[in-house]
Write a protein that binds this ligand. Structure first.
Ligand code: HEM
Length: 268
């Protein structure tokens, strides 16, 4: 089984590398054909290729950056969505509230627009609350650049600190009934006076998550599509599924979801 997992992993990495290379090569060709005309705000890959063109980066650097984005941006959002669905599937009353908001905001429209996204406020609270309980990246590390006193303990420069975001998010000093899944905590009126570092699923400071806005949009769009058309029911209770602290917070045991149709999908 271990060998099979290793082989699948090697295959997927190779496939990803090939896809990345293909994306980079195709874009480069297109830019070459246009005579490297790049104006206004550049898309991320164009910006990198522009830097290659001006000698500030080489192609290996570009691939490393594309790699980071593809890895950081994939597992994090998919795991965040998995926990969100597990939590929603355990709380039918919260699911009904999300669906009522979706029906009100989207009516019969199939595509999620930027205007819809701005109005899906309750859904956003739900996704944030899921990230509070299960932050996709549960632990981050920082090396102290100067001596610090933390909680009365002197910690010298150079020490690497492990910051456990999952515990920060469940600190009873900051959150009432921290184990409770309660999206209303994130309503503006309930967020007044909350410490800025009580909720940091995307880290904080100069090396925080560059994709955080994109991640929330992506999660909102996917959840909107799922919950408009389907009801989800969790087969395991929340306390039965323990989180495993790896680079990404995964469930120790599999999570099963029953899906039933709520309304038909209308083809465009
Ligand atoms: C729910 C989704 C996501 C979560 C919870 C998340 C969380 C984080 C966290 C906690 C960090 C800081 C890591 C550290 O300090 O060691 C980080 C960094 C980063 N994230 Fe995300 N992320 C998410 C989605 C994304 C997406 C969609 C992208 C790209 C499209 C992305 C790109 C990055 C990059 C490039 C960094 C490194 C930034 C730097 O070092 O300056 N992330 N993310």
């Amino acid at each position: 089984m271990e060998k099979l997992t290793r082989n699948v992993c090697t295959f997927c990495t190779a496939l990803l590398r090939r896809t990345e290379l293909q994306v980079i090569v195709e874009r480069k060709e297109a830019l070459k054909e246009s005579g490297y005309k790049m104006e206004g705000r550049l898309a991320f890959l164009d910006l990198l290729l522009d830097m290659v063109q001006s000698g500030q980066m080489d192609e290996t650097d570009v691939q490393a950056e594309v790699d980071t984005f593809m890895f950081e941006g994939h597992d994090t959002t998919s795991t965040g969505l998995m926990w969100a669905i597990h939590l929603i599937g355990n709380h039918p009353e919260i699911q009904r509230k999300i669906q009522a908001e979706l029906d009100e905001v989207m009516g019969d429209e199939e595509d999620v627009t930027t205007e819809h996204l701005a109005r899906l406020k309750y859904l956003e609270c739900v996704l944030k609350e899921a990230l509070r309980l299960f932050p996709s990246v549960p632990i981050i590390m920082r090396e102290l650049s100067e001596d610090q006193v933390i909680g009365g303990v002197s910690v010298p420069e150079g020490v690497t600190l492990l910051l456990n975001l999952l515990l920060v998010h469940r600190d009873p000093a900051q959150w009432k009934d921290p184990e409770l899944f309660d999206p209303d905590r994130f309503l503006p009126e309930n967020s007044v006076g909350r410490k800025p570092f009580a909720f940091v699923p995307f880290s904080a400071g100069s090396r925080n998550c560059i994709g955080q806005r994109f991640a929330l949009i992506e999660e909102k769009v996917i959840m909107a599509h799922i919950l408009r058309h389907f009801n989800v029911t969790a087969m395991e209770r929340v306390h039965e599924v323990r989180p495993k602290m790896e680079i990404i917070v995964r469930p120790v045991s599999p999570v099963h979801i029953k899906i039933t149709r709520r309304r038909p999908i209308v083809s465009p």
